[in-house]
Design a protein around this ligand. Structure first.
Ligand SMILES: Nc1nc2c([nH]c(=O)n2[C@H]2C[C@H](O)[C@@H](COP(=O)(O)OP(=O)(O)OP(=O)(O)O)O2)c(=O)[nH]1
Length: 141
């Protein structure tokens, strides 16, 4: 099974985070799901360089990775990935484009799990904001 290292930018503005919706894809389990912008790290590329490159390609936006937020190992039916999320301050210039996504929104941490995330991202959110996951669990009980 193919394994990829994937970097994702958790872009923060005030108390909100940038959430992006993927396009339709051949794998139903990630098709049109919500994710953090980013992509696969190429051989001999650093995480930070990959993140900068992917966001430039996907959004025509200049984002600089800050501290690592969380790492998730996840296996989908057809491939597996190591998903590493970096916290990024939103650039002052927020004129990004949706070149590869169909939608976006800025949500507070406790609102994020209301979206239909990829499974790897849902796990990442629970790991990065355990209080949010506990709160939701409490609501369901
Ligand atoms: N960018 C990004 N990808 C994610 C996240 N969560 C998650 O499971 N993935 C998966 C979806 C993709 O299979 C892979 C990232 O690759 P990518 O963004 O370059 O997407 P892709 O499949 O269109 O790339 P490619 O194979 O066409 O080169 O990781 C996430 O938060 N951000």
């Amino acid at each position: 099974m193919k394994h990829s290292r994937v970097v994702a930018a958790v872009v923060k503005r005030g108390d909100r985070y940038l959430c992006m919706r993927r396009c339709r894809s051949k794998y139903a389990y990630i098709s049109e799901k919500w994710e953090f912008p980013g992509g696969k790290v190429e051989p001999d590329e650093s995480d930070r360089d990959a993140l900068r490159r992917e966001i430039k390609e996907e959004m025509d936006w200049d984002v600089c990775a800050g501290e690592a937020l969380a790492t998730v190992e996840y296996s989908y039916p057809d491939f597996s990935l190591t998903l590493v999320a970096y916290l990024c301050e939103a650039p002052a210039d927020d004129s990004f484009k949706l070149l590869e996504h169909t939608d976006y929104c800025w949500l507070k941490a406790d609102e994020m799990l209301s979206l239909d995330w990829t499974a790897a991202d849902a796990e990442l959110i629970r790991l990065a904001w355990p209080e949010v996951a506990a709160e939701r669990h409490g609501q369901k009980a």
